[in-house]
Design a protein around this ligand. Structure first.
Ligand SMILES: Cc1ncc(COP(=O)(O)O)c(C=O)c1O
Length: 280
């Protein structure tokens, strides 16, 4: 959906504003259509929405915002989103990426669709890859202004989404019990990870997604490798998101989270032991 929208909104030489940290596909997609990327620096670990608005020029065609964001799990609240949408000119499309929305339990989280209904030049994108667990099927959807949605549909190749993906997505969409359970397991796991990480003396951002970001690490790359040696895959957010000293950890089942925390405690003990002996 994101790349289909970019195909409609961009022409070579157009600009796309992308606040950091961001999902890399935004940049890859914009480049496919010959656009220039204006990256906006983050404020703390959050997207700097004031600077995002200031980065918009007459050449800007699209502004991206992921809510919640990847890799931080942070959300933009209703008021901040309304201010951003008010400040961005009407001829600039705001792509509001809600890939992780189903995991959110913060009551201050805005409903992106309400902004579309209100007539904003907003495209809300959602996916079956996250809470629905259908990542391999490559199926998602968007809600946006009618002319944009019609243009996307009219230029879509026929049968672009496979039958299995459509059948699975329709079945998953109506499966409220599965959704409730996934949300619950994730919320408990997120809290388990937060408590476990803080007990190890680490700082974690308050995530609303299905991953948490550990921040302020001395050497996230070394820790990433040490975890890999212990059979645990996390993401070093330095190379992939421009957030050095941060590790993104996906929430698992209770047992998986326990295994991760044990591996991390072991890796940290090894590193502290090494630096103590080196220092001595
Ligand atoms: C912010 C964000 N948007 C979209 C996606 C991808 O969704 P899909 O699998 O539907 O392409 C991801 C996946 O990691 C993501 O982090």
């Amino acid at each position: 959906m994101i790349t289909s929208a970019l195909r409609e909104a961009l022409e070579p030489g157009a600009h796309v504003v992308v606040p950091r940290p961001y999902f890399q596909m935004y940049e890859i997609g914009a480049r496919w259509y010959g656009a220039a990327i204006d990256v906006v620096d983050h404020a703390g670990y959050a997207c700097d929405l004031g600077a995002t608005v200031r980065a918009v020029t007459g050449k800007t065609r699209v502004v991206f915002l992921a809510n919640p964001n990847n890799p931080t799990g942070l959300i933009v609240g209703s008021d901040a989103l309304a201010r951003l949408l008010d400040a961005v000119p009407d001829d600039v499309l705001v792509i509001l990426d809600e890939a992780y929305r189903e995991f959110v339990d913060d009551p201050g989280y805005p409903d992106g669709i309400a902004e579309v209904v209100r007539g904003g030049n907003v495209l809300v994108t959602r996916t079956f890859s996250k809470i629905y667990g259908l990542a391999g099927l490559r199926v998602g959807y968007g809600i946006g202004p009618e002319p944009l949605m019609r243009a996307i549909r009219d230029r879509q190749p026929p049968f672009h989404t496979g039958r299995q993906a459509l059948v699975a997505a329709l079945a998953a969409y109506g499966d409220d019990a599965f959704l409730r359970e996934s949300k619950e397991v994730n919320a408990e796991g997120r809290e388990q990870l937060r408590c476990g990480l803080e007990a190890l003396g680490l700082e974690v951002l308050p995530s609303q997604a299905n991953h948490v970001l550990v921040v302020g690490l001395d050497d996230a790359g070394a820790l990433d490798r040490a975890l890999l040696e212990r059979g645990v895959i996390v993401r070093d957010a330095g190379p992939s998101f421009g957030l050095p000293g941060c590790l993104r950890v996906t929430v698992g089942t209770r047992r998986e989270n326990e295994a991760f925390l044990a591996a991390l405690a072991d890796a940290l003990a090894g590193r502290r032991g090494t630096s103590a002996s080196t220092g001595g």
